[in-house]
Design a protein around this ligand. Structure first.
Ligand SMILES: N[C@@H](CCC(=O)N[C@@H](CS)C(=O)NCC(=O)O)C(=O)O
Length: 209
């Protein structure tokens, strides 16, 4: 049994999708980051960087922050979505790190300047629009000739897909990226994605290009 502390954002959805894929029982606790709930002392005790998501494994007492670490923990615990074969395993971890260190943080900045604060900084808008396009280009090349990012559907896909689901916020037209479009639409209809996207509650239908 797990406790998931989350909100309807790409980083939160990575973990709810993973838990749904694994069929593990969990209780979702809504941490309304727009209302400042991430700064509450009891939440800080399990998430010292005051960000969602955080996961508590009631079996072991382990509390974890950082979505990439949580995905690795769940993959290790269950033996799923992270290959045991060395080449595929390390490619999966490599692309998970790419998502955590590049794709997510840069697209997060694109959301700030292109969606929430347009007109505030021409420099920032141009920078993050160009960086979003560059990163989509990297993913497009990676997916050419591959069904998924690294071997079978894995935690690399589960980490990356929720960020692509905000393509409209990033000034991205998925029709310009046919490999990503094909991969995105393949994953969107997975029952676990359909359920995990709407945790801790429904905000909008899943965008489709
Ligand atoms: N690297 C972290 C990033 C987590 C993160 O940025 N969470 C955002 C929502 S997607 C958040 O909690 N923001 C609240 C805040 O910045 O105060 C992870 O992947 O878990």
């Amino acid at each position: 049994m797990f406790d998931l502390y989350t909100w309807t954002t790409p980083n939160g959805r990575k973990v709810s999708i993973m838990l749904e894929e694994l069929g593990l029982p969990y209780t979702a606790h809504a941490i309304d980051i727009e209302a400042g709930a991430q700064f509450a002392p009891d939440f800080l005790a399990i998430s010292p960087n005051n960000k969602i998501p955080a996961l508590v494994d009631r079996d072991t007492g382990m509390a974890l922050m950082e979505s990439g670490a949580i995905l690795l923990y769940l993959a290790e615990k269950t033996g799923r979505f992270l290959s045991r074969e060395a080449e595929t395993r390390w490619r999966t971890i490599e692309w998970l790190m790419w998502q955590m260190a590049g794709f997510g943080p840069m697209l997060g900045q694109a959301h700030h300047f292109l969606k929430y604060n347009p007109g505030k900084s021409d420099y920032a808008e141009k920078r993050y629009e160009a960086e979003a396009r560059r990163l989509y280009g990297v993913l497009e090349r990676r997916l050419a000739g591959r069904a998924y990012i690294a071997g079978d559907y894995s935690i690399a896909d589960i980490a990356t897909w929720p960020w692509v689901s905000r393509f409209a916020w990033q000034g991205i037209d998925l029709n310009d990226y046919p490999e990503i479009r094909r991969w995105y639409l393949d994953i969107v209809d997975r029952p676990a994605v359909q359920r995990g996207y709407h945790v801790p509650g429904f905000v909008n239908d899943i965008p489709r290009p």
